[in-house]
Design a protein around this ligand. Structure first.
Ligand code: NAD
Length: 418
């Protein structure tokens, strides 16, 4: 019997996708090296005073992958398994995502290895302030601008703003995804889910997969999953059959009552305890026949070993970052299942973060309608560019999206003299 293989790391996933796209655009070898290596990485130890008086020490990372097209941009996640490798993989994706959206940013990511559920609100605040102090030297509105990611939210961004501004003076543009009252943008909180919906809508229009009345299954009911479910239900007329969170999922073949479920979850209760559907396990979720399957939780969930051969959908829409391993990617392709890749599908968040940053620098506020209109235009334009290259070169959407992004970053590097 052969020994079990270790799951593929975030960095290895990115490298595999990168190689396919670099071959597509015949990228020179020195440029491959330049575009894969991070510009700057910071690892910090974070001593934090806990409520019982003890000091606990956490490890945090901020990795700036590439800043050729503008200041580095990317979220901060708090997760027990966050490590350098994961953060580097996610920082790299941010470079391709901002390039694909054609917004003037590079890519970065941050993470702290911590289980935030085990911290009180005060401990979380002290951790965030300590992390900000230790990485402040590499942050700034024209240097590197964090945003929320897994288990961080507008409140965490407000603490970062406060900590940074206490030393540098009032600097709202140092962070995005802030509360609206502190200079956040209208529409930012729902932006990633909204962007996913716009990409699904464009694909539905081009390839005849129904969205109105279409059957959708979503893994994860946090920021991305819950807003997507709400918008698909209320604006696109889709039928959300099943959703899950870390505690398990629920399923209703007639479509879930999403407003009712949102109220339930808003009271701090897990999805699986809601009475409006049949309780299912997190594994069951992958077996439900549907038109659209949206992983919107963590990375590495669609794998050869677990579910790539059995998933029963027409399109996988990557709401999460890196939910599909490269081997699973090939299996889905062989099976004729289309895939809308993460850095196209979930780019709505960073796109509206760009609008937030621009509003902060201009000291001017856009309406929610303007934000949505601009988001739809930007993400649809990116989708069309990917669709056309995929058709022209007869490659998957992911390879086409990477090809476009790599080309743009490589062009910027060359123009800067590299
Ligand atoms: P979140 O913390 O708000 O929500 C994560 C959700 O996933 C929660 O409902 C959690 O219970 C659930 N979950 C965790 N483990 C699970 C498991 N094993 N099975 C089922 N559900 C599980 O995070 P988020 O901001 O919604 O981010 C989700 C994904 O989308 C991440 O990959 C993130 O990197 C990506 N993303 C987020 C944004 C954004 O703007 N928030 C933007 C782009 C990409």
């Amino acid at each position: 019997m052969s020994p079990p293989r270790a799951p593929m790391s975030g960095k290895a996933i990115v490298q595999t996708h990168f190689d396919r796209a670099a071959n597509l655009i015949s990228l020179e070898s020195y440029m491959r090296r330049l575009l894969l290596c991070p510009f700057r990485e910071v690892t910090v130890e974070l001593p934090v005073r806990m409520d019982d008086g003890r000091i606990e020490v956490f490890t945090g990372y901020r990795i700036q992958h590439n800043g050729a097209r503008g200041p580095c941009k990317g979220g901060i996640r708090y997760h027990p398994e966050a490590d350098r490798d994961e953060v580097l993989g996610l920082a790299t994706i941010m470079t391709w995502k901002t390039a694909l959206m054609d917004i003037p940013f590079g890519g970065a990511k941050g993470g702290v290895t911590v289980d935030p559920k085990k911290l009180s609100k005060l401990e979380l605040e002290r951790l965030t302030r300590r992390f900000t102090q230790r990485i402040a030297i590499v942050l700034g509105p024209y240097r590197d601008i964090p945003a929320p990611d897994v288990a961080t939210n507008a409140q965490v961004m407000a603490w970062i703003l406060d900590e940074y501004s206490s030393r540098q003076g009032y600097t709202p543009a140092v962070v995005t995804g802030k509360p609206v009252a502190l200079g956040g943008s209208l529409g930012r909180e729902e932006a990633t889910g909204r962007g996913v919906m716009y990409v699904m809508d464009s694909y539905a229009h081009d390839f005849g997969v129904p969205l109105k009345g279409g059957r959708v299954v979503i893994q994860g009911f946090g920021n991305v999953g819950s807003h997507l479910a709400r918008l698909l239900d209320a604006e696109a007329g889709a039928k959300v059959l099943a959703v899950s969170d870390v505690s398990g999922g629920i399923y209703n073949d007639k479509g879930l009552d999403i407003p009712g479920l949102l109220t339930h979850v808003g009271q701090g209760r897990p999805v699986s305890e809601w009475a409006g559907g049949k309780r299912i396990t997190n594994e069951d979720l992958w077996t439900i026949p549907c038109d659209w399957l949206v992983p919107a939780a963590l990375g590495g969930v669609i794998t050869k070993e677990a579910n790539a051969r059995t998933i029963d959908c027409k399109v996988v829409v990557e709401g999460a970052n890196e939910p599909t391993t490269p081997t699973a990617d090939l299996i889905l392709e062989e099976r004729g299942i289309a895939l809308l890749p993460d850095f196209l599908a979930n780019a709505g968040g960073v796109t509206v973060s760009y609008y937030e940053w621009a509003q902060n620098l201009q000291q001017y506020r856009w309406t929610h309608e303007q934000v949505n209109r601009e988001l739809k235009a930007t993400i649809t334009k990116a989708y069309l560019t990917v669709r056309d290259l995929a058709k022209e070169k007869a490659v998957a959407f992911r390879t086409a999206a990477y090809g476009i992004a790599l080309q743009r970053v490589a062009d910027a590097e060359r123009l800067r003299g590299n």
